[in-house]
Design a binder for this molecule. Structure first.
Ligand code: ZN
Length: 414
């Protein structure tokens, strides 16, 4: 992930940053203080009321079938938690879909559409009318609502931008080599070295260490450990300094029919004392604010000059985590726990090391996936460990042990 924008701005004054780092910071600056948070959701038959504690830019709604849902994207809004649902609305959840967009999803017990409504005169509430429809009458497309102009939040300004010619992501990246036993019945793990190419990820305070190099070194070390013990097959999404969009990364795992996907990263924090490893699994709603922010930073790997190179933003249904993903998510969570248990002799974890966030790279519906944040490049001890061959090997052995234990357990369960 990258530094927060403000951290990068500060760092730029101190030292000349590599061009790639400047490029990676060409992100929308989000004035979180201006965003209105969702303070209350009340959904009952025929009427949805969403209340805000500040101004938002606007909202769009859309319907989804199988299972029946209605979603509201609140632009310039911050997600809160929970909400009240009754009647035909079975449940409501919310999460930070993009840094500037809060998404609310209502689960319905029958198909319905938004027939009208709007913001109240003070811009603090959005009231929407809901009507049930036949199975085939679901409206396509979105409905938009904006608050009155004087109570509307300003869209964030793009305060830093570098324009560079950029190759389009390849339609289909070549599948990587599979290492290890030739027996295709052996389980296959795909190791994803985070970032790469024009996207350096996090950078240590003086610019000497880049996340993309550390993730590649650790990934190679994990592969070497697994190949040496010969129990599982292993492939890497990248084995050079190249850029892949997030969908290409899990796409490789899916196309290889992998049994497990691990995306390896290293974090950066404003607080230099933040240290230790964290394991993330997928959830629509983040486990804590920090996890939500991390997901926003990591998901930005797809964005250059405000253009999202990933495919999922066009496909509204694919970004919602569906019930079909539940089994996959359970296996992912089991592996996360195992990684912490097996790895802790070799890896220093943070308190509450298993966290949840809406990370694009974990969204393969059928491949158990975790994102491993190996530590903080802004912490002296962590960066020393993660940039040394000995430290990388230590972390890699911890991960490799957990992978082997995971598959041994799966085999025993059969
Ligand atoms: Zn990262």
């Amino acid at each position: 992930m990258n530094f927060h924008w403000t951290d990068i701005a500060a760092a730029l004054h101190k030292a000349a940053m590599p061009f790639a780092a400047i490029l990676a910071s060409s992100l929308l600056t989000l004035n979180a203080a201006n965003a209105g948070s969702i303070s209350k959701i009340d959904a009952r038959d025929g009427l949805i009321t969403v209340s805000f504690d500040g101004f938002v830019e606007g909202a769009t709604t859309f319907s989804l079938a199988g299972p029946d849902r209605i979603a509201i994207d609140v632009k310039g809004g911050k997600a809160g938690r929970g909400g009240y649902a009754a009647g035909m609305i079975k449940s409501v959840r919310q999460g930070q879909y993009e840094p500037n967009i809060a998404r609310i999803v209502f689960d319905l017990d029958r198909p319905a559409v938004i027939t009208g409504g709007g913001f109240t005169a003070d811009g603090k509430r959005l009231k929407l009318r809901l009507q049930t429809v036949g199975d085939n009458a679901l409206a396509k497309g979105r409905k938009s609502f904006v608050p009155p102009a004087q109570f509307r939040a300003e869209p964030p300004k793009n305060s830093y931008s570098v324009k560079v010619p950029l190759g389009k992501p390849q339609d289909k990246v070549a599948l990587p080599k599979v290492s290890g036993p030739k027996d295709p019945s052996r389980p296959l793990v795909v190791i994803d070295a985070g970032h790469g190419g024009h996207d350096p990820g996090a950078i240590s305070p003086h610019g000497s260490q880049r996340e993309k190099d550390i993730t590649l070194a650790i990934s190679r070390a994990v592969r070497d450990q697994l190949v040496a013990s010969g129990r599982v097959r292993v492939a890497m999404t990248r084995n050079s300094d190249k850029y892949l969009v997030l969908e290409e990364r899990y796409g490789i795992a899916r196309r290889l029919d992998a049994d497990l996907f691990i995306s390896i990263h290293a974090d950066a924090a404003g607080n230099q004392s933040a240290a230790g490893a964290t394991v993330y699994t997928l959830s629509e709603v983040a486990s804590d604010r920090e996890a939500a922010k991390l997901a926003a930073r990591e998901n930005r790997s797809n964005i250059i000059n405000g253009v999202n190179l990933g495919a999922s933003n066009q496909d509204v249904s694919s970004i919602l985590i569906d019930l079909t993903q539940r089994e996959t998510m359970n296996v992912s969570a089991d592996f996360a726990k195992l990684l912490i248990r097996e790895g802790q002799r070799l890896i220093k974890f943070r308190t509450n090391p298993h966290r949840f966030a809406s990370l694009v790279v974990l969204k393969a519906p059928d491949t158990p996936s975790v994102l491993f944040e190996s530590g903080y490049l802004t912490n002296k001890e962590d960066v020393q460990l993660l940039s040394s061959r000995a430290g990388q090997t230590k972390v890699a052995i911890g991960i490799a042990n957990a992978i082997e234990a995971h598959f041994a357990r799966k085999l025993a369960q059969r």
